[in-house]
Ligand binder design. Sequence first.
Ligand SMILES: *Cc1c(COP(=O)(O)O)cnc(C)c1O
Length: 377
Amino acid sequence: MTHLLENYNRLDFALMDGKECHLIDHTGKSYLDLTSGIGVMNMGYSFEAGKAAVNYQLDHLAHLSNLYINPLQEKVAEKLSANGNYKSFFCNSGTEANEAALKLARLIRPNKKILAFKNGFHGRTFGAMSATMQPKIQEGFSPLVPDFVSCHFNDVFDFETQLKKEEIGAIIFEIIQGEGGILVIHPDFVAALKKAQKNGILLIVDEVQTGIGRTGKRFAFEHFDLKPDLITSAKALANGLPVGVMLAKNKYASYFSAGKHGSTFGGNPLAMASADAVLSHLTEDFLAEVEEKSDYFYRLLSEQLNHHPQVLAIRGMGLMLGIQLDDSCDRAEMMARLREKGVLVLSAGKNVIRLLPPLVIKKSELKQASEILGEVL
Ligand SMILES: *Cc1c(COP(=O)(O)O)cnc(C)c1O
C-alpha cells in the first residue's frame, strides 16, 4: 500500500544512484539514461562543478528571501540576459515560469486574449493548464482561466484566421512541442509569428524543455531569426535543483513593479549556485559538441531504424529526438524491452519514443544506444 496519491503511472523499480549518463537500480543493474529525468540532468549525474557550488552554498546560506539582495541571482540573470536585453524573474518550475509570463502578458496587453497551440504543453497550474490545449490535460478542471483561444500548430492558415477573428494580445508556443511528440516548428510558421509580433502581439516562447543547450543552442529559438518578448525556461537550468525563470525584454520590466508578483523560494541560493555552474559550462564549444553529437546520433538512428516498416519518422533537433512509431506498435512493450537491455527512454505524444540524453553523453554511448534501439524495434 502506498501513502502517495496515485497521479503517476510509476514503473515498478527504484533508481538509487547516478553516474555520468548511467542510472543504477535497487538491484545494482546499470542503465544508459536517455531521459535525463525528463530533460533535467543535461550535465549528467557527475556534474562536479555544480555539486561543489551547491555544497558550498549549503554550508553557508541555503536560503535567502527575496527581501534582500541576492548576488547569485544577479550573476545568473546577467548570464541569461543575452547581452543585457532581457531581465529575469526566478521561480521554481516550468509551470510557474509560464504563470509569470502569462500574468506579465496580461499586464502589458490588458483585456486581450492569449493564443496557444493545440497539442502544446505548458504545465499543470491553472494558467499554464488553460494554455495547454490537450483534452487529456484539461478534462474535468473547468472552469479554466478565461480568454485563452487555440489553433493548430504549424498551420499558418488556421493561425491567421484566428488572429483575424479574436483580439489576441499574446501567443505562447514551443519551438519543439515536446510532450506533444517532438514536433518541430516550421520556418513558415516562425515567419507568421514574427508578422504577428510586428503587429503588436507579444511572443512568449516556452523553452522549459528546449532550453539550456538541449537543441544545440542556449535556447531553441536561436535557430531562427526571432526575438521573443518573453522567454520561459526551467527543467535543465540547475541540473536537478528546482528552478524556473521568466525572461522579459527590458522594455517590459516596469510592468512587474514591486509587489506585482513573487515567490518565496524563487531564485533560492542553492538553485542559483547550480544554475550559475550550468550556465558557465554552456560555452560555444560545448554547444558545438552537442550539435556534432546530434548529427552523429541522428545518422546512426537513421541507419538502424529507417528500413523498419514500423518507424514512420525520426525527428527533432540537437539531443531532443523523437521516433514516430506506427499505430500498430506496442510502445510500452518496446520501452520495457529497452529497459531489460539497459536503456531508459521516454514516451511523448501519440506513439512517439522520446530521447533526451544528458548532453554530456559520449559518442560511444550514443552508438550503443542506437544499436540497442535497432535490436528492439
Ligand atoms: C515540462 C514542461 C513544462 C512544465 O514544467 P514543470 O516544471 O513540470 O512545471 C512546461 N512547458 C514545457 C514545454 C515543458 O516541457
